[in-house]
Design a protein around this ligand. Structure first.
Ligand SMILES: Nc1ncnc2c1ncn2[C@@H]1O[C@H](COP(=O)(O)OP(=O)(O)O)[C@@H](O)[C@H]1O
Ligand SMILES: Cc1ncc(COP(=O)(O)O)c(N)n1
Length: 288
């Protein structure tokens, strides 16, 4: 469990989390969702921008990659001065950026074998189906899993990474095993796209200290709303926040699921397409 107040005591430094991800100009997903979630979870958020997308509520019409040196420079700048307690990756855009992030994180003690947990959200496309990853980048993304404390694919990403088409809950377990075999310590298969399942049961899979396989089902209600933009980013960022605050993976994922259920439950319409999930429910009505 996460214990204690989520709000750091005045004057004390909060836990620190870094997102390595793309910008969503519409503000629903990407780095904007990550920083918002870190803040709402009482964590100081930092960002290494990988790409600028041209995006709104109806789709992504293009993106521009940040030069590899600048991506690496951002990570090094914050880690060597401010320090970091957990790292999350989102849209990494190209094989060159993925390989550079892999090398940089490994060198700085981020990810498996290091001090700092690494959550890899293997973003390949937006929910509108627009690509956010160059075509030849899948091998690099799979290779990055070896460094990941946790990977969090949705069902489209499961199909891209493993070829498995998930149709039911049994398929989620099969997918979890197949993605785990790619090398991550833990895998969370997100069931948002399993629209016939009324309960949205995500499945977490890893191996315990005795080498025994662990499967944890994370049920949540399925809300009847189209407005789920940024749901995956928000879930992974909430998990990263909990890890930054010292939680173990299973507790961090349980926290993230509770957080995203509230965030989807109170999502709102925006523009003429798909609206975002939100952390507004964390706000109080205290007068300023
Ligand atoms: N309509 C919904 N109601 C409740 N939870 C949802 C809904 N859609 C997605 N979720 C949850 O939001 C999180 C993100 O899931 P998903 O939509 O599969 O990922 P992504 O945003 O990466 O495509 C998961 O925990 C999933 O179960
Ligand atoms: C920059 C960026 N990163 C991630 C997503 C995925 O979010 P979603 O699946 O809700 O479209 C996105 N649309 N844009």
């Amino acid at each position: 469990m996460l214990t204690g107040s989520l709000r750091p005591a005045p004057g004390t430094s909060p836990a620190r989390a870094l997102t390595i991800a793309g910008s969503d100009s519409g503000g629903g997903a990407g780095i904007q969702a990550d920083l918002r979630t870190f803040h709402c979870c009482g964590v100081h958020g930092m960002s290494a921008l990988t790409a600028v997308t041209v995006q709104n509520s109806v789709g992504v019409t293009g993106f521009h990659e940040v030069p590899v040196d600048t991506v690496v420079g951002q990570v090094e700048a914050v880690v060597t001065d401010i320090g970091v307690d957990a790292v999350k990756t989102g849209m990494l855009a190209s094989a060159a950026i993925i390989r550079a992030v892999d090398e940089t994180c490994g060198r700085l003690g981020i990810g498996r074998g290091g001090r700092v947990p690494l959550v890899v959200d293997p973003v390949a496309a937006s929910m509108h189906g627009d690509s956010l990853l160059r075509e030849n980048a899948l091998d690099a993304l799979r290779d990055l899993f070896a460094l990941a404390t946790l990977v969090t694919p949705n069902l489209d990403e499961v199909r891209l990474l493993t070829g498995i088409v998930v149709r039911d809950r049994a398929g989620l377990v099969e997918a979890a095993k197949a993605v785990h075999a790619l090398g991550a310590e833990w895998v969370l298969i997100k069931a948002g796209h399993l629209v016939d399942d009324p309960d949205c049961v995500d499945v977490l899979h890893g191996v315990d200290a005795d080498g025994e396989p662990v499967f944890v089902e994370l049920p949540g209600p399925r809300f009847d709303t189209p407005h789920t933009h940024g749901g995956g980013d928000t879930l992974a960022s909430a998990i990263t926040s909990a890890l930054a605050r010292g939680a173990g993976v299973v507790d961090a994922v349980r926290f993230g699921k509770r957080y995203v259920v509230r965030a989807v439950g109170e999502s709102y319409p925006l523009g003429s397409g798909v609206g975002p999930v939100t952390g507004f429910w964390r706000l109080t009505d205290d007068p300023v």
